[in-house]
Design a binder for this molecule. Structure first.
Ligand SMILES: [Zn+2]
Length: 315
């Protein structure tokens, strides 16, 4: 089954995004690019070059709901009438764009001061304009088969980067479309999110991510198309490197935890002293993800004190 890559510019530090056109019946797009004039122009030009019109798209499958991946879904649906699919855990993110994705309650629990939490949420709200809400969406689940005239692609739910992050798998060619779950030269950020099953709790991003890598490993993919950067062909090596990197950072995190305890915000300042705004949010996300993993692996213990989660070394 032919796959074509379109490279769409984004206003984000990550750089351009790769989105994929599965050239078969129904003509299917995997991810869309952000809602910017430049992205629309790039999309229109590239789809034309491939011999199609925007109106020809029949189905849009989203790997997750970050703006660079879902931003043009509404625009494309309006133009083509395509059905839009997203994992059930992120359906609401796309339907209700007026809600900011940064959960203030979860932020306050990491030890961020109220004012700083508002500041971060404000910055994130500015990112929302890069995606329109989609009203008519279909939710998919793990193992959903997307049927085509000459075969199928299967959804593989790979929570981690976000709770609903998913890949698409074609067994016949051992090919994976990985979204942001696997990126060639950078590690995907485990972003702070509420637990989809219980919104007052944090989603255990890193623990889920490591499990998702194992799930992908069990498929033995030979070719992985990523959303940013080059393809990955040496997945075993990739996973080994990523795991090594994760546990190096975990050792560092654990060593930075003083005997009288620390919260995730303070720890993010030790790990990444100079970052601000969006990057500060990602730094906090990274810190809390590592702390939670260390607690799950019984290397640290956690105690909530006055609404803030404090982390302590185990004796
Ligand atoms: Zn993403």
């Amino acid at each position: 089954m032919r796959i074509e890559k379109l490279v769409i510019p984004t206003p984000f530090p990550v750089g351009p995004i790769n989105i994929y056109l599965i050239v078969n019946d129904p003509l299917t797009l995997v991810d869309t690019g952000p809602k910017t004039e430049a992205a629309m122009a790039a999309f229109s030009a590239q789809i034309k070059q491939l011999g199609f019109r925007v109106e020809d798209i029949k189905r849009i499958i989203l790997t997750h709901t970050h703006e660079d991946h879902c931003g043009l879904a509404n625009w494309l649906q309006q133009a083509s009438g395509a059905r839009v699919y997203v994992h059930e855990w992120e359906l609401q993110n796309l339907k209700e764009r007026d809600k900011t994705r940064v959960d203030r309650q979860l932020l306050l629990r990491t030890g961020v001061a109220q004012e700083e939490a508002e500041h971060i949420a404000g910055h994130y709200a500015a990112v929302r304009k890069f995606a329109d809400a989609v009203e008519d969406i279909v939710a998919y689940r793990d193992e959903h088969e997307f049927e085509f005239e000459t075969g199928a692609w299967r959804a593989v739910h790979t929570p981690g980067h976000t709770p609903g992050s998913s890949c698409l798998w074609r067994a016949a060619t051992r090919t994976l479309l990985a979204g942001d779950t696997i990126l060639k030269n950078i590690t995907p950020n485990p972003v702070l999110n509420p637990n989809p099953k219980k919104h007052s709790l944090r989603f255990a991003a890193l623990k889920n991510y490591l499990a998702s890598l194992e799930k992908i490993q069990a498929l033995s993919p030979t070719l992985i198309h990523t959303a940013h950067g080059d393809v990955v062909t040496d997945f075993e090596e990739y996973v080994a490197r990523l795991r090594r990197h994760t546990y190096e950072r975990q050792n560092n995190v654990v060593s930075l935890v003083p005997t009288d305890g620390i919260n995730a915000f303070a720890l993010s300042n030790l790990l990444f002293p100079k970052v601000k705004d969006m990057t500060r949010f990602l730094a906090i996300s990274e810190a809390i993800a590592h702390l939670d993993l260390a607690v799950a692996e019984e290397k640290l213990r956690m105690e909530n004190r006055d609404g803030v989660d404090m982390f302590f070394r185990k004796r």
